[in-house]
Design a protein around this ligand. Structure first.
Ligand code: ATP
Ligand code: MG
Length: 454
């Protein structure tokens, strides 16, 4: 090991590599993030060459490759299966990231609970003792004896155990606690995280077992460690949610085997995470009646419509520079929509503070909620409520036109299911709908047309 060891300086924020120490990272512009890490030149070369000798270099025509989509294994947790694209693909490496205490370990232990009935599972924890995991498991119910536990952080030991035990699913909690003796830096550092992920990737592909890896996130909300981590794994899932609310949202950021638009909604309970089958009902609970500045809009998350309440508060500003905030949606988008309102409807919002919030702490960035934001702002500005049995969706363009959005049928159907009576939607989308019963459809062409409903 002593031979050929050299120093590389890594930015601990973005993973950028330099041969000398720098005060500021040229990539992410963070100060004081460079840490010296010793890298044995032979180590990295060694792993690639050994990997090469393991696999034979043989070419075959694509059409002769057999791949069976039915090989996916369903976890029985529908919300998770949907986000994964229909179940766990054999040999895949899945990274689960999320804020501290959001419920990553809980979710994965629940997956183990379901799958241990029929599979041998190895749960490796580097941050909790066996007794702590048992305490959590006690809250969740009974477990099969197929679930094996290992509290270990040494990568070489873990590799040995996996190769010996040959489990059918492996959970690593978390990647930041794993360390390899061949890398001379501290656990959690860029080179350790990269090396560990590389080893797990080889194990997953080599033995064809799915591996779930838990990753901590930085305060900016990305998985701690280098960005390459996200490139190395097959699927990246983020677990997010409001610390103060009990529901959690699982979102796919990258998925080699499915769509990245799907979300899964869970509720944190005493006995673990429960699936929320109808998130719209959940999001709209507690909506105020007859209040100005409150509008129900519909956003699509993948193939699933979710109704949300958009709230706006517009009030006179006491300072020269009005305050604007947007919680749960894009701040710049709110500013843009307010500029459209000022220019196209002649509203003087320049001397008003404006606060826009998506109730429930969920984040929505789909342009289809534009019309909802516009109506909420106008409703609060004029202090006139919008009818509470009305829902809206539509994208707003810079000239004040209301543009078409995709999947209007699903959105209207969801609104009808939840008992809404009127739906305001783009006129172009309305023409695509046929035979809609039980709900009144109002097609609008410009934002001027919707003012009649406030
Ligand atoms: N007795 C309990 N009743 C209800 N909820 C609980 C209970 N104990 C823990 N929780 C919930 O479980 C959460 C912790 O879950 P978990 O340990 O799975 O999070 P994590 O994402 O793995 O955290 P870390 O990043 O620290 O590993 C707590 O934040 C809390 O909301
Ligand atoms: Mg945990």
């Amino acid at each position: 090991m002593a031979k050929g060891k050299k120093s590389i300086f890594y930015c601990q924020n973005c993973g950028h590599e330099e041969s000398k120490w720098l005060g500021q990272c040229p990539m992410c512009k963070e100060w004081n993030t460079f840490v010296e890490e010793k890298v044995g030149g032979s180590v990295t070369k060694g792993t690639t060459s050994s990997a090469r000798t393991v696999r034979e270099a043989k070419v075959i025509p694509l059409v002769e490759v057999t791949a069976d989509d039915n090989a996916r294994c369903c976890t029985g947790i529908k919300e998770l299966d949907r986000v994964l694209g229909g179940g766990i693909v054999p040999g895949s490496l899945v990274l689960v990231g999320g804020d501290p205490g959001i419920g990553k370990s809980t979710l994965l232990l629940q997956v183990c609970q379901r799958l241990a009935e029929m599979k041998k599972i190895l749960y490796i924890s580097g941050e909790e003792s066996q007794a702590q995991i048992r305490l959590r498991a006690n809250r969740m119910g009974t477990f099969s004896s197929n679930l094996l536990l290992l509290c270990e952080t040494n990568l070489e030991t873990i590799r040995g155990v996996i190769e010996h035990e040959k489990p059918e699913l492996v959970i690593i909690d978390s990647i930041q606690t794993m360390y390899s003796e061949e890398v001379a830096s501290a656990p959690g550092s860029v080179s350790q995280v990269r090396e560990s992920t590389n080893v797990f990737m080889q194990l997953a592909k080599g033995l064809c077992i799915p591996i779930f890896i838990v990753g901590h996130v930085t305060k900016e909300g990305t998985v701690a460690g280098p960005r390459v981590l996200e490139h190395m794994v097959d699927t990246v899932l983020y677990f997010e949610g409001d610390r103060h609310a009990s529901y959690r949202i699982l979102r796919a950021v990258k998925n080699r085997f499915g769509s990245t638009n799907e979300i899964g909604v869970f509720e944190m309970r005493q006995d673990g995470l429960a699936e929320v089958e109808n998130p719209s009902e959940y999001m709209l609970s507690g909506k105020p009646e007859n209040a100005s500045g409150s509008v129900v809009a519909c956003s699509m998350e993948g193939t699933r419509p979710i109704l949300i309440e958009i709230q706006a508060l517009v009030c006179h500003s006491n300072f020269g520079m009005p305050r604007r905030t947007a919680a749960g949606t894009d701040y710049n988008r709110v500013n843009l929509l307010m500029a459209v309102l000022e220019k196209r409807l002649g509203m003087s919002l320049g001397n008003c503070d404006a606060y826009v919030n998506i109730a429930g702490g969920i984040r929505m960035n789909e342009p289809a909620i534009d019309l909802g934001i516009v109506m909420a702002i106008v409703s609060s500005y004029r202090n006139r409520p919008v009818d509470e049995k009305t829902i809206v969706f539509g994208e707003v363009g810079l000239s004040g036109e209301v543009r078409a959005v995709n999947m209007p049928e699903q959105r209207v159907a969801e609104a009808r299911k939840l008992g809404f009576e009127t739906c305001i939607l783009p006129e172009v989308s309305m023409k695509m709908l046929r035979d809609v019963k039980g709900i009144k459809l109002v097609g609008v062409r410009t934002i001027n047309d919707v003012m009649a409903y406030i």
